[in-house]
Design a protein around this ligand. Structure first.
Ligand code: NAD
Length: 292
């Protein structure tokens, strides 16, 4: 039966439910560490008062509290000198109670992003943005896979979707989502094409995708005519419409009739991103505890 004949359309991949399951496992791991004498700890560095960033930081701090990871929020005004932020990161690098350091992006323009990311100790780089971890992704042995693509990988695994030999198209080529996603899928032996804003005739690529991952930040970018019948569609986009609604990059109602699997927004990739941050922090704490 093709997906077009399916009476109910695509299976909706429930990221919220998987995130809940993973967080239960995280809680058990945090408890085991605590019983052994190690409280896992995440430091979150927030510069400025961007409301979007604040929401993300609040979600991360809340997820930590939920599973028993201690979090420490360091807030700086938007005009803080770069040297102060770097000094704070160096202090956290040397703090044995901190196992993960996350700098909330974007940073104000006067602060050099790479300088900040490269100052984070590679053992505590739970966002996976340090050059060393990016290099690890290229070689297929990342210490900390970046949280959003890592979450997508877990969603695919949970649905039993084997990416080996599949045609995967990633729409969006950012350093935090599109590029690492493409590298991770290539490592798993998918055939990967990566598209971006300069791609001519996006549809000629997307229509070939067995698995389509979309992270462009453009609401309604992917319409049914661009999707192969039976494709798996992962919508990473998060867009706030003028009427206040939160939507992804995919025309959900249209594409769900054609796809075999689809992630909703909200409730798909988003909850997984925060959860994988907690997973990376616990991995780091366990590694540090074993190596003490
Ligand atoms: P970005 O702006 O850094 O990169 C966007 C990418 O999409 C670029 O490579 C750009 O060339 C490409 N693009 C833009 N318009 C396009 C078009 N019309 N056709 C094809 N490609 C196009 O964004 P980002 O940080 O990678 O985020 C992408 C989206 O994912 C945003 O909506 C963001 O909010 C969302 N996001 C979600 C999560 C999550 O947890 N669900 C995490 C990170 C980002």
């Amino acid at each position: 039966m093709t997906s077009e004949q399916r009476p109910t359309g695509a299976k909706i991949i429930d990221g919220k439910a998987l995130a809940r399951t993973l967080r239960i496992e995280c809680r058990a791991r945090a408890q085991a560490l605590a019983q052994a004498g190690c409280i896992p700890g995440l430091a979150v560095v927030l510069v400025g008062s961007d409301p979007g960033s604040r929401v993300y930081v609040t979600n991360k701090v809340r997820a930590c509290a939920e599973v028993g990871v201690a979090s420490r929020l360091l807030e700086f005004p938007a005009d803080v000198p770069e040297s102060d932020v770097l000094a704070a990161i160096r202090t956290l690098n040397n703090d044995p109670a901190i196992h993960g350091i996350l700098v909330q992006l974007p940073l104000p323009p006067h602060i050099a992003l790479r300088q900040v990311l490269e100052t984070i100790s590679i053992e505590k780089d739970v966002d996976g943005f340090h050059l060393y971890n990016v290099g690890g992704l290229v070689l297929g042995n990342a210490v900390f896979p970046p949280c959003t693509p890592y979450g997508v990988q877990k969603l695919l695994e949970s649905e039993g979707i084997d990416v080996r030999g599949q045609n995967v198209v990633v729409v969006g080529a950012s350093n935090i989502v599109g590029k690492p996603m493409a590298l991770m899928l290539m490592q798993q032996e998918a055939t990967v094409a990566i598209c971006h804003a300069r791609t001519r005739d996006l549809a000629q690529f997307t229509i070939l995708a067995d698995i389509l991952v979309v992270a462009a930040g453009v609401p309604g970018l992917i319409v049914p005519q661009m999707v192969k019948a039976g494709a798996v569609v992962i919508d990473v986009g998060i867009n706030r419409l003028p009427d206040g609604r939160l939507v992804g990059d995919v025309d959900f109602e249209g594409v769900r009739k054609k796809a075999s699997h689809i992630t909703p927004v909200p409730g798909g990739v988003g909850p997984m991103t925060v959860t994988m941050l907690v997973v990376n922090t616990l991995d780091s704490a366990e590694r540090a505890w074993r190596g003490r």
